[in-house]
Design a binder for this molecule. Structure first.
Ligand code: AMP
Ligand code: MN
Ligand code: MN
Length: 317
C-alpha cells in the first residue's frame, strides 16, 4: 500500500524538505505546514521552503519558520504537496537533489513525478488528502495542525461552496471544529478580508470585463503596470477570476494577468457547470481541476484572449 511505503520512507530519512507550487495558495501553504507539524508527531523535523507567499497567510501557526532556501543542498527525502507537475514546483532543485521523493496531491492533471505518488483527484483539497493519510496512521490532529488543514480546505472549496466539496469534507470540518479550530475566523481572514490593492484591482477588472459568446464567457485582465499602480503584493490577484464567474449565465470566466512586463500572461480559468477548464488549459501546457485551472500563455492581451477563446468555444454548448 502506497501509504505504508510513504511511512517507511519518512522513517528512513534523517533530513526532510517540504515543497509546493509557485505562488502558493492557502491549500499549498496549509498542507505544507500541516505536513511539517504531523512529521514532528513522529519525531521528524522537516524544512518547509517557499520563495514567497501572500501575507494573508501570516496568521498560520509556525509560518514564521518557512524558509526561502534550504539548510542543506541535499535532503534524504523531498515531499511535494498540492503541485501537479515538476515544472510548477517552487524550489524544485531540492526535489531533484533529494535521494527519495514523495508527491501528495489532488490534481487530476498530476503526472506522477515522484518516486512515490499519492494523488486523489476527487479530493477538493490537498489538505483533505493529508487528513485522510493522518487518519490512516492514527496521527492525532491538534488545533495548530487543524488550523493549517482547514485553511487548505476552506480556500480550495471557497468556504465549502464549490461542487468538489464532499460529505467527508463536512465530517472533517465538524471534527476539527469540535477540537477548537476556529473555522469562522479562517473564513474571515482568507475569504472575506480583501487587501486594499486587491480591492483596487477588482475595480479595474470589473471596468474591463467583456461578456462574450452570447453571455457564456467573461474575460478580463490586469497588466504589470496596473499591479504597480496599486502597489500590489504577492497574492493580491487572488479571487479576481471569480468576479466574472459569478455573473448570471457565464459558464467560463477567463482572467489573465501579465507576467513581468512581458508578452506573457498567467491565465486563471473557472467554469460553472460543464466546461472542463483543466482540459482547456492542458492545451496550453497548464492544468488544474475541471472547474478551476490555469496556464501560462505567450502573446499580448488580444492574442492571448483569441487563443483562449478559440479553445473554449469548442466546449461551449
Ligand atoms: P489559479 O487560477 O492560479 O487559482 O489556479 C487554479 C488551479 O489550476 C489550481 O489548482 C492550480 O494548481 C492549477 N494551475 C494553475 N496554473 C497552472 C499551471 N500553469 N499548470 C498546472 N496547473 C495550474
Ligand atoms: Mn494550490
Ligand atoms: Mn489545492
Amino acid at each position: 500500500m502506497t501509504l505504508d511505503e510513504i511511512l517507511e520512507e519518512v522513517k528512513k530519512a534523517s533530513s526532510i524538505v517540504i515543497l509546493t507550487h509557485e505562488t502558493p495558495d492557502g491549500d499549498a501553504i496549509g498542507t505544507a505546514l500541516a505536513t511539517k507539524l504531523a512529521l514532528e508527531k513522529i519525531d521528524k523535523n522537516a524544512d518547509v521552503i517557499m520563495s514567497k507567499y501572500a501575507r494573508t497567510f501570516d496568521f498560520l501557526p509556525r509560518c514564521n519558520e518557512i524558509l526561502t532556501e534550504g539548510k542543506q543542498e541535499k535532503y534524504d527525502l523531498a515531499i511535494s504537496v498540492d503541485c501537479a507537475t515538476f515544472k510548477r514546483l517552487d524550489n524544485r532543485e531540492y526535489f531533484e537533489n533529494a535521494k527519495r521523493t514523495i508527491v501528495i496531491d489532488h490534481h487530476g492533471s498530476n503526472n506522477m513525478y515522484g518516486d512515490i505518488n499519492y494523488v486523489n483527484p476527487v479530493s477538493p483539497a490537498c489538505s483533505e488528502v493529508l487528513l485522510g493519510i493522518l487518519s490512516y496512521f492514527g496521527v492525532e490532529v491538534d488545533v495548530d495542525m487543524g488550523t493549517c488543514l482547514m485553511t487548505g480546505i476552506i480556500t480550495d472549496t471557497g468556504g465549502f461552496q464549490y461542487p468538489a466539496t464532499t460529505a467527508d469534507t463536512f465530517e472533517y470540518a465538524a471534527e476539527l471544529l469540535r477540537k477548537g479550530v476556529n473555522i469562522s475566523d479562517i473564513c474571515k481572514k482568507t475569504l472575506q478580508t480583501k487587501t486594499k490593492a486587491n480591492f483596487e484591482l477588482s475595480k479595474i477588472v470589473m471596468d474591463r470585463m467583456e461578456i462574450l459568446e452570447n453571455g457564456k464567457v467573461a474575460f478580463s485582465y490586469i497588466t504589470t503596470k496596473d499591479m504597480e499602480d496599486v502597489n500590489a503584493e504577492e497574492g493580491d490577484h487572488e479571487g479576481l477570476v471569480n468576479i466574472g464567474r459569478n455573473i448570471e449565465g457565464v459558464e467560463v470566466s477567463i482572467f489573465i494577468r501579465q507576467r513581468d512586463n512581458e508578452d506573457a500572461y498567467k491565465v486563471s480559468m473557472r467554469s460553472g457547470e460543464y466546461v472542463n477548464v483543466s482540459d482547456v488549459c492542458l492545451m496550453f501546457g497548464g492544468g488544474g481541476h475541471p472547474r478551476a485551472a490555469g496556464a501560462l500563455v505567450q502573446g499580448n492581451v488580444e492574442e492571448v484572449k483569441e487563443k483562449l477563446l478559440k479553445e473554449v468555444r469548442k466546449y461551449l454548448k
